[in-house]
Ligand binder design. Structure first.
Ligand SMILES: [Zn+2]
Length: 368
């Protein structure tokens, strides 16, 4: 008798375990480029390895604070040397869902535009279409030369030989589409905070080739340009860049949740979402349901933006709301029953978003 009760309990345990296993956390692997003896590119004072780490840690913190259903894994969280192969292995062992490698760009000392070149680019694995892209991959891959036995370890790959890059052509890249999606979000948010958008690019990066998950390599900006060096070294600059990548992560995560059917996650921070729901309810209650109201639409986004997003800077956050249409988030400001009041709101919003316009809502749905 006792045995059968035990069996039932045992059976229950097995029954319960797969339930938990099914709702596993999303794993993001953040890879601050270089570290330790490998300083990366250098400016007049700044070193790439420090900038990369600064942005990476800020990004990881933002993600951990916002999402309970995401595990943040770093390939390094201090100033240590990690080989490219080990970075990929850390990511693969953690069964990462997304790999974000963070780097700072530079051009050759002899380049005429060394002091003026600027802009951010996000790379996915692929065949370079320009010498410029190949040069970036060569520089980033060349760190393997700091390892003693690199020829054996990297299967004869010579980071400086253009011929070597043919191996990336043969590399099956089943995650390319998702990698490009995320890269596009990153570039979009960089340009939203006023950074120069040098686009989504492709080249043969060893670390991207060896990670078996959607993977990108972000080149934040050029350390050889004194103005950018100053920005990249500043805590506020690093924070801004981290926030932009964080917003991109939010877009990507949302899309990935949607496709995996986990849109309503049990693990999300309940307190936060409750607060948001309360606010929304309060707003909805203030005007009778069947009455037509005017709102100012000012922004659309492929993913949901965080409340603290830079897009809302300087705006009264209590007035900001959104509705979803064709999978796109459309952000609105204010709510007025009177058309004149709406016109006043429009004027205010247009000082920041010149394309903003008035829309009409009835019973929570857009009618015009
Ligand atoms: Zn680098």
């Amino acid at each position: 008798m006792r045995l059968s009760v035990f069996n039932i309990i045992l059976a229950l345990c097995f029954f319960i375990v797969p339930e938990y296993a099914a709702s596993r956390n999303f794993v993001v692997v953040i890879d601050p480029g270089h570290g330790g003896k490998d300083v990366g590119a250098v400016g007049s004072k700044a070193r790439e390895k420090d900038i990369n780490l600064g942005v990476a840690l800020k990004l990881g913190e933002l993600i951990s604070d916002e999402y309970d259903d995401v595990d943040v894994i770093y390939t390094r969280d201090d100033d240590t040397f990690i080989s490219l192969q080990d970075r990929a292995e850390i990511a693969n062992k953690a069964h990462g869902d997304l790999f974000i490698s963070i780097h700072t760009n530079s051009v050759d000392r002899r380049s005429k535009n060394r002091k003026t070149v600027h802009g951010a680019a996000t790379y996915t694995l692929g065949l370079h279409r320009s010498e410029e892209n190949l040069a970036v991959a060569k520089r980033e891959n060349s760190v393997i030369e700091l390892e003693d036995d690199y020829t054996a370890k990297y299967q004869g790959f010579d980071p400086n030989s253009t011929e070597s890059y043919i191996i990336f052509e043969l590399n099956q890249n089943k995650h390319l589409e998702q990698s490009v999606d995320f890269a596009s979000y990153v570039q979009e948010h960089f340009s939203q905070i006023g950074r120069k958008d040098n686009g989504v690019r492709q080249a043969g990066f060893w670390v991207l080739a060896k990670t078996s998950m959607p993977a990108v390599l972000v080149e934040l900006d050029f350390i050889c340009n004194p103005t950018q060096e100053k920005y990249l070294s500043s805590s506020s600059g690093q924070k801004e860049l981290a926030e932009a990548i964080f917003e991109a992560f939010g877009n990507y995560k949302e899309a990935s949740d949607y496709y995996s059917g986990a849109l309503v996650s049990k693990n999300k921070k309940n307190v936060k979402s409750d607060k948001k729901a309360d606010k929304r309810q309060k707003r909805e209650k203030s005007i009778p349901e069947n009455k037509t109201v005017y709102k100012i639409q000012f922004l659309t986004s492929p993913g949901k933006l965080s409340e603290n997003s830079g897009y809302f800077k300087g705006m009264d956050k209590k007035q900001i709301d959104y509705y979803k249409e064709d999978g796109v988030y459309k952000y609105t400001y204010g709510e007025a029953e009177d058309k004149d009041d709406a016109a006043k709101m429009l004027k205010k919003v247009r000082s920041k978003y010149s394309d903003a316009f008035i829309i009409e809502f009835n019973a929570g749905k857009r009618i015009k």
